[in-house]
Design a protein around this ligand. Sequence first.
Ligand code: PLP
Length: 373
Amino acid sequence: MSDRIHNFSAGPATLPVELLEKAQSEFLNYGGAGMALMEMSHRSKEFISVIESAESDVRELLNISDDYAVLFLQGGASLQFSMVPQNLFVSGKPVLAVNTGSWTKKAIKEMKREGDVAIIGSSDDRNFSYIPKIEASEYQKEGSFVYIASNNTIFGTQWESFPDTASPLVADMSSDILSRPFDINKFGLVFAGAQKNLGPSGVTLVIIRKDLAERASENLPTMMQYRTHIDGKSLYNTPPTFGIYMIGLMLQWIKSKGGLSGIESLNNEKAALLYDAIDSSDFYYNPTQKDSRSLMNVVFRVSGDNEELEALFVKEATAAGLSGLKGHRSVGGLRASIYNSQRKESVQALVDFMQKFELEHKNEAVSQSQRTA
Ligand SMILES: *Cc1c(COP(=O)(O)O)cnc(C)c1O
């Protein structure tokens, strides 16, 4: 499709064109039923088959046992900031949280409404440019659960591996879910808004060890209890049927790429292409610590943090068919989001554009860095 541009949006994010085309081809008349999927009952045999396949594909990709439930909920990752502590707090035991940026801060704020939160690690001291290395003993402390965000969408950092914890490990995986293999058995609960790596917005994937759902008080509002959604198989109320269908297509697409290890190699290649271009240039730099770099959100700046040149970069890139490259409004700079669906061709097009822009504006960047020196 020649009229599609290179989309580096942080979320909702680009989707594989073949998946959009498949959805388009099935849009008006789903499976010969004479109606669109979004016009059907969520209890129809067609939709039950969609949600059951999606669940079984998530289970297959992550090798998830029956000890865990796979749920498709609403309210975004942000509602999980409240649902997790409401269901998982054990009285007298704090949450042990690692603060790695804006999204963990928001989660910590919500968790504090429910009980005590102890910060066992933070990268606040250097503007969240790294994943803190924390003594193993901290993770062994008694807590209700340990809370982390596996990938920090705004600051461009990512956990390379996950700690062994005494209390259940809970991770916000919104921006790197299903981008690489991981051992689900290390976790009590993981959640992810779908709109970065999995499909359109409106669905939140939650994978929870079933016994943890029993911690919740029966007095919690029904919709806020994980046990409601486990018992109802994500159909207690009307789920976002079309979004779940799109996620189902995405899961099949991931499987067609060789599953999570196949996707991981593709993601590694794309990230290496971009980080190499940044590292080999004096014009751009990446502000994160090398061992903490995200494979999903690549943040970069023009040397001297030249904001005028960065604004011009965004403007000219947009004109050249490369969109979504402005850094998050809270941190500035530039950011390319290269989730599962991002094509290597698009990353190459960005690298080519970066090199061209550098040649044209090299002298201006130098004068700016001399001014600020
Ligand atoms: C985008 C994002 C969120 C917020 O997701 P919503 O679905 O908009 O609530 C939370 N955490 C992380 C890591 C994110 O990237």
